[in-house]
Write a protein that binds this ligand. Structure first.
Ligand code: ATP
Ligand code: MG
Length: 748
């Protein structure tokens, strides 16, 4: 496991070779405000994995600085998750709250150095004073307070003499810093909440940016690995540690891309909503992407670790296809678990020419699984097969039992349908069949050709079991929340299973032949009422449907028909589809969306009349416009096709970037204002003047000497970093192409 090389490991290797550290120490620092999810598994895999690979340690630290949302039950869930994945943290579980006294001392030190002050502006004023990406902020008048006054106020904040929001402690850095985070960030705030560990001892709580770097330092962490959204916080991380002039070695922060998976919501806040709203049955509901959920569903730790390894560590965010995770568990179980017979939707079959009872020897594992073991399958006159395995009027290509087509009972005999019995409503209730005595599996001399073998159980000995058939919780690729829930994500069935599964218990995970992989529910299962959870299907049926309906392109929020087969296009829709793909060169996915939606199609045609920009118009209409219609639940929009054309015209003329166009679109959707007006009012015109861009590039370069050195030393990937920083500093307004060229020139 954990074999692939990645930039984080290279960094650690480099630091060891440079003798920067003697021992590698990482940490996994969750906030105990929810159950960990598969994204956390990735972080666990990376942090504990690096420690293991380099003979170091990894600490488990609860980042418990927000008393109102945290709880010990989440601490336990986090510990369980790490252990279940097979890792061991170093020493005791740590808590940021253990460091509160130490952090307080560090804050006092900063105050004494004149590097921190108590501010008494309101929250709104603080926001206002911060300025914007294009305007510098201005400093609060309270920044002039004397060290004595600051010390006094800070102590009284701690003692609880003030109400929430009355004062905060801020770092004194730079109110016109290009990185907005550096404009005198907050270090402490007053909070009158009960903390689950420190009780009412503290009336002030440190902010993430202050607590995290110092907790890392206190623990001797060397590599503080976090997700990309903290990239801009790195400057504060460095500022705090450097300003305090701490004894080396100090930790450094490194960022990687967080894991996103389609058909899945990942934030703890959204998961909490699902749990508290009763949309699922608790944090370990097998439909949730929590580690407890996967575990309860029957996933193995190995499959999750393999998945984390396969997806790799990247520097830019992307969405991973959930079928990749499903592939990992299928692949793992395939070589491990016994194959057994279970009938999920029983239909009675009476074999009229069979008398008595017999037991058929059947191996648990196929030839290619290196495991031994077999059981006896009882066979008798009355059996059950799955309803779906009989068709009175079979479609073409149906290989199972029909009135004219025999089928093999898996491990057993070939049977043939003789009569179909129905109830008054016309439902099939029983089949009368005959078997061929000389057709037994392994000793078949009947010469009869069958096209498939189906699962079955004997009526006399089968056990009734509950089977929980889980499907994806969300029916769309980019779910927003409860409104996108798949109503069929759980179907509970009364199924019939062969007796050995219950009496011999050869394993807890099984392949129910032709149905999928299943797991004996670790909580609700008893011998009297066995319960099995569906882990995963045998085949990637979702992937197949998707591929059939359209070509696979970028993961985007799209209208994809996912339940049932895709309806064929009408001749008019086909014609549009042709026009869009052939004539206008749209990709098939966009063309498919437009052609199938008459409103979007006519909106598109009108916009095209205004502006000859087929691809860009199609993209905004199938994405932003379609999403707005969905959000409004109405086609009464605040904007017209003509205005969308005006917006895209500005993009085409490079007056604004794509990113700004999205921002303008939001405004149009809200207010109905003209795009040109919005761009003018907000000063969003793209900056394409080198004279304006160059000074910003200079600033970014001056602020990142280490990276400049690395770049010059050969790490050419850092070009993207510099371009990103410059774009960010201009609020996304600089022309990206130009920035790229100018940065490359400058660093050459
Ligand atoms: P959420 O937004 O889901 O609540 P979080 O980032 O607030 O997640 P924390 O408990 O603060 O969750 O995270 C603990 C660690 O796990 C952090 O280092 C964080 O960067 C990492 N982490 C969280 N979500 C993901 C993810 N989707 N992919 C990779 N790492 C993640
Ligand atoms: Mg969080």
């Amino acid at each position: 496991m954990n074999e692939s090389k990645n930039f984080l490991k290279s960094q650690v290797q480099e630091d060891l070779e440079a003798n920067k550290y003697q021992k590698i120490i990482t940490r996994f620092p969750p906030e105990p405000n929810g159950f960990p999810h598969i994204g956390h598994a990735k972080s666990i895999f990376i942090n504990f994995g690096i420690a293991r690979d380099f003979n170091g340690y990894c600490n488990l630290r609860m980042d418990d600085t927000n008393p109102s949302k945290e709880d010990t039950k989440y601490v336990e869930a986090l510990k369980d998750a790490v252990e279940w994945l097979g890792y061991e943290w170093y020493g005791d579980v740590r808590f940021t709250s253990d460091y509160f006294p130490k952090l307080y001392e560090y804050a006092i030190e900063l105050i004494k150095m004149g590097k921190a002050y108590v501010d008494s502006l309101t929250e709104d004023e603080i926001r206002e004073y911060r300025g914007s990406v294009t305007e510098p902020g201005k400093r609060s008048k309270y920044a002039e307070r004397s060290v004595e006054e600051n010390l006094d106020l800070f102590e009284r904040m701690k003692k609880g003499e003030f109400v929430e929001g009355e004062h905060v402690l801020r770092a004194k850095i730079d109110m016109s810093a290009a990185n907005m985070k550096m404009r005198d960030p907050l270090l402490y705030r007053i909070k009158n909440a009960h903390h689950f560990r420190t009780g009412d001892e503290w009336a002030i709580y440190p902010m993430y940016d202050f607590a995290h770097c110092l907790s890392d330092y206190i623990e001797g962490v060397t590599h503080s690995i976090c997700t990309l959204e903290f990239e801009n916080n790195r400057d504060i991380y460095d500022w705090v540690l450097d300003t305090l002039k701490l004894e080396p070695p100090r930790p450094y922060q490194h960022e990687f891309a967080r894991l996103n998976i389609n058909y899945t919501v990942m934030s703890k806040r959204k998961l909490l909503e699902l749990v508290e709203g009763g949309y699922v049955n608790g944090w370990d509901d097998p439909r949730l992407p929590t580690i407890a959920g996967y575990r309860r569903k029957g996933y193995t730790p190995e499959s999750i670790l393999t998945f984390c390894d396969q997806i790799g560590v990247a520097k830019s965010n992307s969405v991973v296809d959930v079928s990749q995770l499903e592939f990992c568990i299928r692949d793992d179980l395939n070589t491990k678990v016994p194959r057994v017979l279970c009938v999920l939707d029983p239909l009675k079959v009476t074999i009229v020419n069979y008398e008595g009872e017999e037991e058929i020897d059947a191996p648990y594992y196929p030839h290619d699984v290196p495991k031994e073991g077999s059981r006896k399958l009882p066979f008798s006159r009355e059996i059950y097969i799955d309803r779906a395995d009989f068709e009175e009027n079979p479609p073409k290509g149906y290989y199972r039992l029909t009135p004219t087509q025999p089928v093999r009972l898996r491990h057993g005999y070939i049977i043939e349908c003789k009569e179909v019995l129905k109830d008054a409503a016309g439902n099939i209730v029983e089949i009368k069949a005959e078997y061929y005595p000389n057709s037994k599996s392994g000793e078949d001399t009947s010469g009869i050709k069958v096209k498939s073998a189906i699962q079955w159980v004997s009526a006399l000995s089968a056990k009734e079991v509950e089977v929980r058939v889980y499907d994806r919780l969300f029916a769309c690729e980019a779910p927003q929340g409860v409104e996108d829930i798949n109503p069929n994500s759980l179907v509970v069935k009364k199924a019939l299973i062969e007796p050995a599964v219950i009496t011999q218990k050869p394993d807890v995970r099984f392949q129910f032949e032709r149905e999928g992989y299943f797991y004996a529910d670790p909580i609700d299962y008893t011998d009297e009422t066995p319960v099995f959870n569906k882990i995963v299907s045998l085949k990637d049926s979702w992937g197949k449907k998707k591929r059939n309906s359209r070509e696979k392109t970028k993961q985007q929020e799209k209208k994809v028909q996912i339940d049932g087969e895709v309806t064929p296009m009408t001749p008019e829709q086909e014609k549009l589809f042709e026009r869009y793909t052939k004539e206008l060169q749209l990709n098939t996915e966009v063309a498919n969306t437009l052609a199938r939606d008459s409103f979007l199609a006519s909106f598109y045609e009108e916009a095209l009349n205004e502006l000859n920009s087929a691809v860009n118009l199609a993209n905004i209409i199938t994405n932003e416009v379609a999403r707005e219609i969905k959000a409004q639940n109405s086609t009464e929009l605040h904007f017209t096709p003509k205005q969308i054309a005006q917006l895209i015209a500005m993009v085409d003329e490079e007056l604004i970037s794509n990113k700004i166009a999205k921002q303008v679109f939001e405004e149009m959707a809200k207010t109905g204002a003209d795009p040109k007006q919005i761009v003018e009012d907000k000063g969003l015109i793209q900056i394409s003047d080198p004279a304006q861009i160059k000074p910003i590039i200079d600033e970014v370069i001056a602020a990142n000497p280490q990276n400049v050195e690395k770049f010059k030393g050969g790490n050419k990937k850092l070009l993207g970093f510099f371009v990103g920083q410059v774009l960010k500093a201009t609020g996304g307004k600089a022309n990206p192409k130009m920035v790229n060229e100018l940065v490359a020139q400058k660093l050459a």
